[in-house]
Design a protein around this ligand. Structure first.
Ligand code: NDP
Ligand code: 2IT
Length: 451
């Protein structure tokens, strides 16, 4: 296994987030590979770690001053053994090939866990939507799609949003696709509710995370989220809907953040404050500091890049829901959380905990740790339900979609527990999710021959 990991790293120099995720996944699936000589004979690990296809393209667009700007565009078509490539588009200045390869690798297993017919992919650009006008964002999205449109399709590759790509961006991207192809298909998910989108898709990732946390607590401890104090990071789509569902379930949410800083609201974020946060982030596209200007009970702390930890994770709480970005909880943060009595860590962002932090959580029997590929699967599950509705050319009610998502999350939770138990790691959701997702994908690859 170590030799294989070394070879993969040598072939992909500089892709550190990809190396991180490959190392962690491979470490946990070792017993499965040892049990299955067919996997070794078919070099399944090397094949899994190499994307089917990587598209890299130039995106030139004109800013409001009439100056031409150029960004990188990417789409990684990782694995389609289970269905069309499926996964997000991220627009953020930090986007590199290594980040997108980590995302598409994770996405492949996450999508497998949903049980829906979805392959894995991901893409995006180093374009930064922050501070851009709507017209600049539209021109960028249109230029991005003038290349991407030839590679995607409702049965080929179906993108969705991720960091920096929300309803506005999906609208501009879909509009350009429709014009270029002269067809209206379910080529993207996360579409507007009035033009092919699914009810509940905006809420799905955040709600799904909270459903997963509630399922873990009920199943393992016979407890609920009612009355629990929760730390949430981020203030984007996933964070806001995580907060919404936590409030709905009777929990108290003490924090929210963006890249500039975080707020600690000792009175808890209530529905009125959440509505303000939503307007702040989606209509005014403002900063989280404004929350503390409006609500004096909240304390704002700006981000200090010189610190070796993030102070948001130093507050006493029962549950933590990291909803911002990768590696936002490091080893020191993990220690701070554990020392302050944390009992549940539910990953809503992709890979928000460093490997050292994960080890610290999974080593402790009194902590429930839910890895992103299980806990954040509600979003892509409802994307799969959006594709199903588009194919049937009809729309399900909000209640119907919510019900189906809950069934998927409940099954997924049990699948993780069963796989962990089978491989002698009872209660370890990370091991269970990696093994169950991996087995489903590689068995399909083996059934389908060497292609
Ligand atoms: P949004 O763009 O809506 O929100 C992202 C939030 O995270 C913002 O508050 C942003 O702050 C903050 N953030 C982003 N990058 C950084 C950074 N480098 N440091 C600190 N804060 C940062 O994205 P989403 O809510 O959609 O996505 C959040 C996470 O959830 C990501 O990891 C994504 O991959 C994952 N995810 C998303 C799904 C979806 O359906 N959208 C599904 C499953 C997982 P700022 O505005 O200052 O940049
Ligand atoms: O990380 C993720 O699961 C997403 N960004 C959503 C992917 C999707 O296709 O719904």
């Amino acid at each position: 296994m170590n030799e294989i990991i070394s070879r993969i790293k040598a072939k992909t120099p500089g892709e550190k987030e990809f190396h991180q995720v490959v190392g962690k996944v491979m470490e946990t699936i070792l017993p499965v590979v040892e049990n299955n000589p067919a996997y070794r004979d078919a070099s399944i690990l090397e094949r899994l770690a190499a994307p089917d296809r990587i598209l890299i393209f130039r995106v030139s667009w004109m800013d409001d001053q009439g100056k031409v700007q150029t960004n990188n565009g990417f789409r990684i078509e990782m694995n389609n053994a289970l269905g069309p490539y499926k996964g997000g588009l991220r627009f953020h200045p930090s986007v590199t090939l290594g980040i997108l390869k980590f995302l598409s690798f994770e996405q492949t297993f996450k999508n497998a866990l949903t049980t829906l017919p979805l392959g894995g992919g991901s893409g995006g650009s180093d374009f930064d939507p922050m501070g851009k006008s709507d017209m600049e964002v539209m021109r960028f999205c249109q230029s991005f799609m003038t290349e991407l449109f030839r590679h995607i399709g409702a049965n080929t590759d179906v993108p969705e949003g991720d960091i920096g790509v929300g309803a506005r961006e999906i609208g501009y991207l879909f509009g350009m696709y429709r014009k270029l192809k002269n067809e209206f298909t379910g080529v993207m998910t996360g579409k507007g509710i009035g033009w092919g989108g699914s009810l509940m898709r905006p809420e799905a990732t955040g709600y799904g995370c909270v459903y997963f946390a509630a399922e873990m607590m009920a199943n393992r401890w016979n407890q609920t989220l009612t009355g629990k104090n929760c730390l949430v990071s981020g203030a984007g789509n996933v964070a806001r809907h995580t907060i919404e569902k936590l409030i709905d379930m009777g929990a108290t949410v003490l924090t929210a953040s963006d890249s500039s800083g975080y707020i600690y609201d000792e009175e808890g974020i209530d529905p009125g404050k959440l509505a303000y946060l939503k307007r702040l982030k989606t209509v005014r596209r403002g900063r989280i500091s404004e929350y503390a200007d409006k609500y004096p009970a909240a304390v704002y702390t700006p981000t200090d890049a010189t610190l070796d930890h993030h102070p948001l994770w130093s507050h006493r709480a029962d549950c933590a829901f990291p909803c911002a970005t990768e590696n936002e909880i490091n080893e020191k943060d993990a220690y701070n959380l554990v020392n302050n009595g944390i009992r549940v860590i539910c990953e809503c962002a992709n890979m928000p905990c460093t490997p050292e932090a994960v080890d610290l959580f999974t080593d402790r029997k009194n902590i429930l740790y839910a890895p992103a590929k299980a806990a954040s699967a509600g979003g892509v599950a409802v994307s799969g339900l959006e594709m199903a509705q588009n194919n049937m050319r009809l729309t399900w009610t909000r209640e119907e979609v919510d019900k189906q998502m809950k069934v998927i999350i409940k099954q997924l939770h049990q699948t993780c527990l069963d796989a962990a138990e089978q491989y002698s790691c009872p209660g370890n959701y990370m091991v269970g999710a990696n093994i169950a997702g991996f087995s489903k994908v590689v068995d399909a690859m083996l059934d389908q021959g060497l292609v």
